[in-house]
Write a protein that binds this ligand. Structure first.
Ligand SMILES: [Zn+2]
Ligand SMILES: [Zn+2]
Length: 227
Protein backbone atom coordinates (compact mmCIF):
# COMPACT_ATOMS: atom_id res chain seq x y z
CA UNK A 1 0.00 0.00 0.00
CA UNK A 2 1.32 3.42 -0.93
CA UNK A 3 -0.06 6.51 0.76
CA UNK A 4 0.51 10.10 -0.37
CA UNK A 5 -0.81 12.86 1.88
CA UNK A 6 -1.62 16.40 0.73
CA UNK A 7 -2.43 18.94 3.43
CA UNK A 8 -5.26 21.07 2.06
CA UNK A 9 -7.51 24.04 2.84
CA UNK A 10 -7.24 26.54 5.69
CA UNK A 11 -8.29 23.63 7.93
CA UNK A 12 -5.10 21.64 7.12
CA UNK A 13 -7.05 18.59 6.07
CA UNK A 14 -5.14 15.46 5.03
CA UNK A 15 -6.27 14.53 1.53
CA UNK A 16 -4.82 11.12 0.69
CA UNK A 17 -4.18 9.07 -2.40
CA UNK A 18 -3.95 5.43 -1.35
CA UNK A 19 -2.74 2.99 -3.98
CA UNK A 20 -2.14 -0.73 -4.31
CA UNK A 21 1.61 -1.09 -4.83
CA UNK A 22 1.13 -4.10 -7.12
CA UNK A 23 -1.64 -3.00 -9.44
CA UNK A 24 -1.72 0.82 -9.32
CA UNK A 25 -5.41 0.81 -8.42
CA UNK A 26 -6.06 3.79 -6.16
CA UNK A 27 -8.63 5.77 -4.22
CA UNK A 28 -8.66 9.33 -2.99
CA UNK A 29 -9.84 9.72 0.58
CA UNK A 30 -11.36 13.17 1.21
CA UNK A 31 -10.38 15.50 -1.65
CA UNK A 32 -10.23 18.83 0.18
CA UNK A 33 -9.84 21.39 -2.56
CA UNK A 34 -9.34 21.89 -6.30
CA UNK A 35 -5.89 20.43 -6.66
CA UNK A 36 -3.85 20.06 -9.83
CA UNK A 37 -1.17 18.66 -7.50
CA UNK A 38 -3.32 15.69 -6.49
CA UNK A 39 -4.55 15.08 -10.05
CA UNK A 40 -0.97 15.36 -11.34
CA UNK A 41 0.25 12.88 -8.73
CA UNK A 42 -2.32 10.33 -9.91
CA UNK A 43 -1.44 10.81 -13.58
CA UNK A 44 2.32 10.98 -13.17
CA UNK A 45 2.35 7.74 -11.19
CA UNK A 46 0.11 5.98 -13.71
CA UNK A 47 -2.50 5.23 -11.04
CA UNK A 48 -5.99 4.03 -11.84
CA UNK A 49 -8.18 6.25 -9.64
CA UNK A 50 -11.23 4.10 -8.96
CA UNK A 51 -13.09 6.08 -6.34
CA UNK A 52 -13.32 9.23 -4.26
CA UNK A 53 -14.16 7.94 -0.80
CA UNK A 54 -15.72 10.52 1.49
CA UNK A 55 -15.30 9.94 5.23
CA UNK A 56 -17.83 12.72 5.86
CA UNK A 57 -19.37 15.74 4.21
CA UNK A 58 -17.60 18.72 5.79
CA UNK A 59 -16.29 21.19 3.24
CA UNK A 60 -12.61 20.59 4.02
CA UNK A 61 -13.10 16.91 3.11
CA UNK A 62 -15.15 17.31 -0.07
CA UNK A 63 -14.24 20.70 -1.58
CA UNK A 64 -12.07 19.01 -4.22
CA UNK A 65 -14.56 16.34 -5.24
CA UNK A 66 -15.87 18.21 -8.31
CA UNK A 67 -12.39 18.90 -9.60
CA UNK A 68 -11.14 15.31 -9.28
CA UNK A 69 -14.36 13.90 -10.74
CA UNK A 70 -13.89 16.16 -13.78
CA UNK A 71 -10.28 15.00 -14.17
CA UNK A 72 -11.14 11.32 -13.57
CA UNK A 73 -14.76 10.87 -14.70
CA UNK A 74 -14.70 7.10 -14.19
CA UNK A 75 -13.98 7.41 -10.47
CA UNK A 76 -16.95 6.54 -8.27
CA UNK A 77 -18.09 8.99 -5.57
CA UNK A 78 -18.78 6.95 -2.43
CA UNK A 79 -20.68 8.45 0.51
CA UNK A 80 -22.66 6.89 3.37
CA UNK A 81 -26.43 7.32 2.96
CA UNK A 82 -26.75 9.28 6.21
CA UNK A 83 -24.08 11.72 5.03
CA UNK A 84 -25.66 12.65 1.72
CA UNK A 85 -27.57 15.69 2.93
CA UNK A 86 -24.43 17.20 4.48
CA UNK A 87 -22.46 16.34 1.33
CA UNK A 88 -24.96 18.08 -0.94
CA UNK A 89 -25.08 21.12 1.37
CA UNK A 90 -21.51 22.02 0.39
CA UNK A 91 -22.35 25.42 -1.22
CA UNK A 92 -24.14 26.51 1.97
CA UNK A 93 -21.64 25.23 4.51
CA UNK A 94 -19.46 28.38 4.63
CA UNK A 95 -22.57 30.52 5.24
CA UNK A 96 -23.56 28.28 8.15
CA UNK A 97 -20.06 28.88 9.55
CA UNK A 98 -20.87 32.59 9.62
CA UNK A 99 -18.91 33.59 6.52
CA UNK A 100 -20.51 36.45 4.59
CA UNK A 101 -21.53 35.73 0.96
CA UNK A 102 -19.26 38.51 -0.35
CA UNK A 103 -16.23 36.93 1.39
CA UNK A 104 -16.64 33.47 -0.15
CA UNK A 105 -14.54 34.01 -3.27
CA UNK A 106 -11.69 35.72 -1.38
CA UNK A 107 -11.52 32.84 1.08
CA UNK A 108 -11.64 30.21 -1.68
CA UNK A 109 -14.91 28.90 -0.28
CA UNK A 110 -17.26 29.55 -3.18
CA UNK A 111 -18.41 26.03 -3.93
CA UNK A 112 -20.65 24.72 -6.68
CA UNK A 113 -22.83 21.69 -6.06
CA UNK A 114 -20.61 18.61 -5.63
CA UNK A 115 -20.89 15.76 -8.16
CA UNK A 116 -23.67 13.22 -7.66
CA UNK A 117 -22.91 10.38 -5.29
CA UNK A 118 -22.53 7.31 -7.50
CA UNK A 119 -23.10 4.81 -4.70
CA UNK A 120 -23.70 4.68 -0.96
CA UNK A 121 -21.21 2.75 1.12
CA UNK A 122 -22.40 0.86 4.18
CA UNK A 123 -21.01 -0.48 7.42
CA UNK A 124 -19.33 -3.83 6.89
CA UNK A 125 -18.83 -3.64 3.15
CA UNK A 126 -15.37 -4.19 1.70
CA UNK A 127 -13.94 -1.95 -1.01
CA UNK A 128 -11.48 -3.84 -3.15
CA UNK A 129 -8.81 -1.61 -4.64
CA UNK A 130 -6.33 -3.79 -6.49
CA UNK A 131 -5.11 -6.16 -3.78
CA UNK A 132 -6.12 -3.82 -0.97
CA UNK A 133 -9.30 -4.50 0.96
CA UNK A 134 -10.83 -1.57 2.82
CA UNK A 135 -13.52 -2.47 5.31
CA UNK A 136 -16.05 0.34 5.75
CA UNK A 137 -17.12 1.09 9.32
CA UNK A 138 -19.88 3.56 10.16
CA UNK A 139 -18.66 5.84 12.98
CA UNK A 140 -21.28 8.50 13.77
CA UNK A 141 -20.67 11.17 16.40
CA UNK A 142 -18.71 13.85 14.50
CA UNK A 143 -21.37 13.71 11.77
CA UNK A 144 -24.28 11.32 11.20
CA UNK A 145 -22.87 9.33 8.32
CA UNK A 146 -19.14 9.43 9.05
CA UNK A 147 -17.26 6.32 7.92
CA UNK A 148 -13.73 5.07 8.49
CA UNK A 149 -11.72 2.57 6.43
CA UNK A 150 -9.78 -0.36 7.87
CA UNK A 151 -7.13 -2.23 5.86
CA UNK A 152 -6.29 -5.28 7.96
CA UNK A 153 -3.38 -6.68 5.94
CA UNK A 154 -1.66 -3.30 6.05
CA UNK A 155 -2.65 -2.75 9.68
CA UNK A 156 -3.98 0.70 8.86
CA UNK A 157 -7.10 2.67 9.67
CA UNK A 158 -8.18 5.96 8.09
CA UNK A 159 -10.21 7.73 10.76
CA UNK A 160 -11.29 11.02 9.14
CA UNK A 161 -12.47 13.38 11.88
CA UNK A 162 -13.41 10.69 14.43
CA UNK A 163 -10.04 10.25 16.04
CA UNK A 164 -6.89 12.37 15.91
CA UNK A 165 -3.44 12.06 17.44
CA UNK A 166 -4.16 12.94 21.08
CA UNK A 167 -7.72 14.14 20.63
CA UNK A 168 -11.08 13.46 18.99
CA UNK A 169 -13.34 15.17 16.46
CA UNK A 170 -15.64 18.07 17.30
CA UNK A 171 -19.12 17.16 18.43
CA UNK A 172 -20.63 20.68 18.56
CA UNK A 173 -21.49 20.87 14.85
CA UNK A 174 -24.86 19.75 13.39
CA UNK A 175 -25.17 15.97 13.68
CA UNK A 176 -22.48 15.79 16.35
CA UNK A 177 -22.94 13.77 19.53
CA UNK A 178 -20.17 13.25 22.08
CA UNK A 179 -21.40 10.00 23.62
CA UNK A 180 -22.01 8.53 20.20
CA UNK A 181 -18.53 9.53 19.01
CA UNK A 182 -16.83 7.89 21.99
CA UNK A 183 -18.85 4.68 21.45
CA UNK A 184 -18.03 4.72 17.74
CA UNK A 185 -14.31 5.07 18.43
CA UNK A 186 -14.32 2.34 21.07
CA UNK A 187 -16.29 -0.10 18.92
CA UNK A 188 -14.61 0.54 15.58
CA UNK A 189 -11.07 1.76 16.28
CA UNK A 190 -10.09 0.68 19.78
CA UNK A 191 -11.19 -2.85 18.91
CA UNK A 192 -8.22 -3.00 16.53
CA UNK A 193 -4.78 -4.22 17.68
CA UNK A 194 -2.32 -1.69 19.13
CA UNK A 195 0.06 -1.83 16.16
CA UNK A 196 -2.42 -0.44 13.65
CA UNK A 197 -1.38 2.89 12.12
CA UNK A 198 -4.08 5.55 12.48
CA UNK A 199 -4.17 8.05 9.61
CA UNK A 200 -6.28 11.00 10.71
CA UNK A 201 -8.22 13.66 8.83
CA UNK A 202 -6.05 16.36 10.40
CA UNK A 203 -2.60 16.28 11.96
CA UNK A 204 0.02 13.55 12.26
CA UNK A 205 -0.47 9.79 12.11
CA UNK A 206 -0.60 7.81 15.33
CA UNK A 207 -1.24 4.22 16.38
CA UNK A 208 -4.15 2.50 18.09
CA UNK A 209 -1.86 1.63 21.02
CA UNK A 210 -0.66 5.19 21.47
CA UNK A 211 -4.23 6.51 21.54
CA UNK A 212 -5.36 3.74 23.88
CA UNK A 213 -2.71 4.67 26.44
CA UNK A 214 -2.47 8.46 26.04
CA UNK A 215 -5.57 9.96 24.38
CA UNK A 216 -7.28 11.74 27.28
CA UNK A 217 -10.75 11.14 25.80
CA UNK A 218 -10.12 7.39 25.78
CA UNK A 219 -8.12 6.90 28.96
CA UNK A 220 -10.87 8.53 31.04
CA UNK A 221 -8.80 11.63 31.87
CA UNK A 222 -11.46 13.78 30.16
CA UNK A 223 -15.02 12.65 30.40
CA UNK A 224 -17.58 14.99 28.88
CA UNK A 225 -20.34 12.42 28.63
CA UNK A 226 -23.85 13.20 29.75
CA UNK A 227 -24.47 11.77 33.19
ZN1 LIG B 1 -15.31 17.24 9.94
ZN1 LIG C 1 -12.07 17.99 9.02
Amino acid sequence: MKVATFVQTAFQQNTRIVACGDTGAAICIDPGEDSPEVAGFVSQNGLDLQALVITHGHLDHIGGTSYLKREFPDAEVLVHAEEESLYYSLPNQPLLMGIQPQQLATLGMKYDDPPRVTRNICHGEVLEVGKLRFEVRHCPGHTLGHIILVEANEKAVFTGDCLFNGTIGRTDLPGGNYDQLISSIKANVMSLPDDYTVMCGHGPDTTVGQERTSNPFLTGAYDLSTP
